[in-house]
Design a protein around this ligand. Structure first.
Ligand SMILES: C[S@@+](CC[C@H](N)C(=O)[O-])C[C@H]1O[C@@H](n2cnc3c(N)ncnc32)[C@H](O)[C@@H]1O
Length: 337
């Protein structure tokens, strides 16, 4: 099954099977200025992170959410009814963002960068970010993946999942991208508790696309082995994720990740324990530091789809400029045209 087929199939149940973490979104908020920004959540899926992000952006901000999957975007649109502020859905590949150059203050990518052609995605981001804009990549490294409950107990999980990038690979790729510099990294630890029943439902529903890499028979047998290996009917463990922050360089800006910078500091790489029973610890919070990041610009941006952009609120004259491509000259001068 291709990745595209996978997300078409799981779109309707995706939100019910996945666990959404607010901590990375709050951390991103701490890097942002207290003024309206314009941004794009790439590989947004059903928009669970796009919505959280939009809620913490200052009034007057504009957030678009892009994905290649029509089915995932349909869920995002359905989930937006009656919600304000909204996000503007955009069908686009991460490697070919149909936005004007230097038009965005922030780009986010939650749990999806391993699906992209990394070098082309970073080049596309470098093009659309304004000088001083920021890219936030939230992901799991192969090492973190191996320490999840799936990595520890699910047969073949780490062998099948070969797409994830190590922290070193991500930072190297950013450094090789003209116009981007590494600004910070941060590791999150999320204590989890679940039941064997819920874990079985997640695997059977292929809540991670990794499960679509298994031939169906192998998946069935692996689920049975996984359930038999679990330490009890209720389990707790700690999931880890990595947040990488990159900045769009200003002309003449030096690479900030020298010896004393946050990007150069080692990420904790210890192995949290998996136990039977419930997790007792609250997540440890390590807020990001705004001082380490170049402040964002707060200018208007341009965009492509006038009808979509009208959904995201604010004045039409402002929002219609969100998605005009470089070839599309301008938005209508007056509302309703
Ligand atoms: C694991 S989901 C993550 C969705 C969302 N960010 C979240 O955390 O809920 C990965 C998403 O990336 C999208 N995707 C995969 N390849 C893509 C590409 N080349 N360009 C844009 N989106 C892509 C998939 O359609 C899917 O919605």
């Amino acid at each position: 099954m291709t990745v595209g087929d996978h997300f078409e199939k799981v779109a309707a149940v995706y939100d019910s099977l996945r666990t959404t973490d607010e901590a990375p979104v709050r951390a991103i908020g701490q890097f942002l200025p207290d003024r309206p920004v314009t941004g794009l959540d790439v590989g947004c899926g059903t928009g669970r992170y796009s919505r959280l992000l939009r809620e913490l952006l200052p009034d007057g901000s504009l957030l678009a959410a892009s994905d290649v999957s029509a089915a995932m975007l349909a869920q995002l649109k359905a989930g937006q009814h009656g919600r304000a502020p909204g996000v503007a859905p955009l069908r686009a590949a991460a490697e070919q963002l149909p936005l004007r150059a230097a038009s965005l203050d922030l780009v986010t990518a939650f749990n999806c960068v391993h699906h992209f052609d990394l070098a082309r995605f970073l080049a596309a981001v470098a093009r659309v970010l304004r000088p001083g804009g920021q890219l936030f990549i939230y992901t799991r490294t192969p090492q973190q993946n191996a320490r999840t409950i799936w990595g520890r107990y699910f047969p073949g999980f780490t062998e099948h999942e070969q797409r994830l990038h190590s922290q070193a690979a991500l930072l190297d790729a950013i450094r090789r991208t003209g116009g981007l510099t590494v600004a910070a990294t941060h590791t999150f630890q999320h204590p989890r508790s679940s039941t064997a029943e819920r874990l079985r439902a997640q695997a059977e529903g292929r809540h991670y696309s990794t499960f679509s890499l298994y031939p169906p028979q192998e998946l069935g047998a692996s689920i049975a082995t996984f359930l038999a290996r679990l330490p009890g009917p209720e389990v707790s463990w700690v999931d880890e994720h990595l947040l990488v922050v990159a900045g769009a360089s200003r002309p003449g800006q030096a690479e900030p990740d020298g010896p004393a910078s946050p990007a150069s500091q080692p990420v904790k790489d210890h192995a949290p324990q998996i136990r039977a029973g419930r997790a007792s610890q609250a997540p440890k919070r390590h807020p990001g530091g705004r001082a380490q990041i170049t402040p964002l610009c707060a200018q208007g941006i341009a965009g492509q789809d006038r009808q979509q952009s009208a959904q995201i609120g604010g004045s039409r004259a402002r929002s219609c400029r969100l998605f005009v491509t470089e070839r599309e000259p301008s938005c209508p001068a007056s509302p309703g045209t």
